[in-house]
Design a protein around this ligand. Structure first.
Ligand code: GUN
Ligand code: ZN
Length: 421
C-alpha cells in the first residue's frame, strides 16, 4: 500500500558538501517499496492526500545508512580485548566463527544481526560471513525476507586459522560459484567473492579467487589490506617476492574496480597510487582501528583513492554508523583534515552506496529508488537535547548527531518501504 512519511527531509546532493533541507517534508512510498515522490508537504500531489501517513514531526528523514564492511558472525563478540589484530583473530574470532558451521545457529543469528543493523538505521550492507556456505545462505535468505540491499559471500580461508574455520581451495571455489548462481541479482542481493586476507589463503586459493572474480559476472570482491603492523610483517614472510601487501592481491587479479579493501591504514605512496589507478575502494573502519590499536587511516594520504566507511563489527565497537561518523571525524582531525557534517553523512549514505555500486537503488531519497529511510531524533537523549537547543543550522544539528548520536537517536527505519524498526 502507498504510505506517506512526514518529517524534516535532509538530502545530500551530487557535491559531497551539499545539503538540502525541507523543514516540512514528505516522502511517498509505493506498494513496490520504492519512492514515488518526495518534496515539501504543501506540494504533496492530490493523488497521495488520502494515503496513510507516518508523521515523524520534527524528526529528520534521510536515506538509510550503508555499512560497507561488517562481519556477520562477529555480531556478538564486540569489545573482545586483545594485544592486536592477529591475537584477536586467533583468541576470539576464529572460535566464534566456528559456530556458524551450524545452519540452525546461523539462521537464528542472521535475524538478530539484521535487527541490529535496522535498529541502528543501517538499511544496506556488505558483510563477511564465516567460511561455511550455510552461514552465507542464512544471511542471504534473511536479507531477502527483508527486501534489503545486502552483499556477502562465503569467506575463503584455507590456512593460518583453526581447522573448524579453514576450507579447501577447490571446495571453496565450488561453494563460491554456487552462492553466486543462487543469490547474485536475486531481488536486492549481490554476491562478493570473499578471500579473508592474504595471510589465511594459500597462493592456490588466491589464484582461484582471482578466477572467480572474473567468472562471477557483476560480483564484487572484498578482503582486508594493510590493517596492522603484525599482519603486514606476516604478509612479508609469506610472500617474500611481492614488493608490498597490495602486490599480493595484484598478482592474483584481485586489484580491480570491483575490489574493496577494508582498513588500508599503512599503505605506501605507491600502494595508494596503484589502488587509485585500479579504481579500487578502501573502507575506513575507525572504531575497529582504534579499538585494536591498528593505526590512523589518513584520508589526506588516501585522497585519490575511492573510500567507503564501515563499522567492521566485531573488530569495530559499534553497529552505529553515527558513532562511526563521530570516530571518523576524530581520526581525521588527528590526520589533519576537518570533515564537515555534510561530508560525513554523504559518506554514510550516497558515498557508501557508490562504493558498493548500489547507488541506482539506494543511498538517497530520489524518486525511483527503494524507500530505505532512517528517521533520526536530534533530541533523543538529554545530552543531544541540550546540545540541540544551541544548534542554529541543519549542518550543526547533523554534526551533533554524528558526534553524540547512536541507536537511541534512530526513531524508525524503513527498508524498501516497510518499517523494519
Ligand atoms: N583481517 C582478517 N580478518 C579480519 C577480521 O575479521 N577483522 C578485522 N578487523 N580484520 C581482519
Ligand atoms: Zn573486517
Amino acid at each position: 500500500m502507498t504510505r506517506v512519511l512526514l518529517g524534516q527531509l535532509v538530502t545530500f546532493g551530487e557535491e559531497p558538501q551539499h545539503i538540502t533541507h525541507e523543514t516540512r517534508g514528505a516522502i511517498v512510498m509505493g506498494a513496490n517499496g520504492t519512492i514515488l515522490w518526495r518534496g515539501a508537504r504543501a506540494l504533496l500531489p492530490a493523488e497521495y492526500a488520502a494515503a496513510p501517513q507516518d508523521d515523524h514531526g520534527e524528526k529528520l528523514l534521510m536515506a538509510g545508512f550503508i555499512d560497507t564492511h561488517i562481519h556477520f558472525p562477529q555480531y556478538r563478540m564486540l569489545a573482545a580485548a586483545a594485544v592486536d589484530l592477529l591475537d584477536w583473530l586467533s583468541r576470539y574470532t576464529f572460535p566464534e566463527e566456528a559456530r556458524y558451521a551450524s545452519k540452525a545457529y546461523a539462521e537464528a543469528a542472521a535475524e538478530i544481526f539484521l535487527q541490529r543493523l535496522f535498529s541502528n538505521g543501517t538499511t544496506g550492507a556488505m558483510a563477511f560471513c564465516s567460511s561455511h556456505k550455510v552461514c552465507a545462505e542464512a544471511l542471504f535468505e534473511a536479507a531477502a525476507r527483508n527486501n534489503m540491499a545486502l552483499i556477502t559471500g562465503k569467506t575463503m580461508m584455507d590456512r593460518g586459522a583453526i581447522p573448524a574455520v579453514e576450507d579447501e581451495p577447490e571446495q571453496a571455489a565450488r561453494d563460491t560459484l554456487a552462492l553466486h548462481k543462487a543469490f547474485h541479482g536475486k531481488g536486492r542481493l549481490r554476491h562478493a567473492v570473499t578471500p579473508r586476507f592474504a595471510i589465511t589463503s594459500s597462493e592456490k586459493q588466491l589464484s582461484l579467487a582471482g578466477e572467480l572474480l572474473q567468472d562471477c559476472t557483476g560480483a564484487l570482491m572484498q578482503t582486508h589490506l594493510s590493517e596492522s603492523p603484525g599482519e603486514i610483517a606476516r604478509v612479508r614472510e609469506l610472500f617474500p617476492n611481492d614488493r608490498d601487501y597490495t602486490a599480493v592481491y595484484e598478482r592474483f587479479g584481485l586489484l580491480t574496480p570491483r575490489s574493496l579493501f577494508a582498513h588500508g591504514i599503512h599503505l605506501s605512496e605507491s600502494e595508494c597510487q596503484r589502488l587509485s589507478a585500479a579504481g579500487a575502494t578502501v573502507m575506513h573502519c575507525p572504531t575497529s582501528n582504534n579499538f585494536l590499536g591498528s593505526g590512523l587511516m589518513s584520508m589526506v594520504k588516501l585522497k585519490d583513492v575511492r573510500l567507503g566507511l564501515a563499522t567492521d563489527v566485531g573488530g569495530g565497537t559499534s553497529f552505529s554508523m553515527l558513532q562511526t561518523l563521530g570516530e571518523t571525524y576524530k581520526v581525521q582531525m588527528l590526520c589533519g583534515r576537518k570533515l564537515k557534517a555534510a561530508e560525513l553523512f554523504h559518506m554514510a549514505t550516497l558515498g557508501n552506496a557508490r562504493a558498493l555500486r548500489i547507488e541506482a537503488e539506494t543511498g538517497s531519497l530520489d524518486a525511483g529508488k527503494f524507500a530505505d529511510v532512517v528517521v533520526l531524533d536530534p533530541q533523543a537523549t538529554p545530552v543531544l537535547a541540550s546540545r540541540h537547543a544551541l544548534s542554529n543550522s541543519v549542518e550543526d544539528v547533523l554534526f551533533a548527531l554524528a558526534l553524540l548520536g547512536d541507536d537511541r537517536a534512530v526513531a524508525a527505519t524503513y527498508v524498501a518501504g516497510k518499517r523494519a524498526h
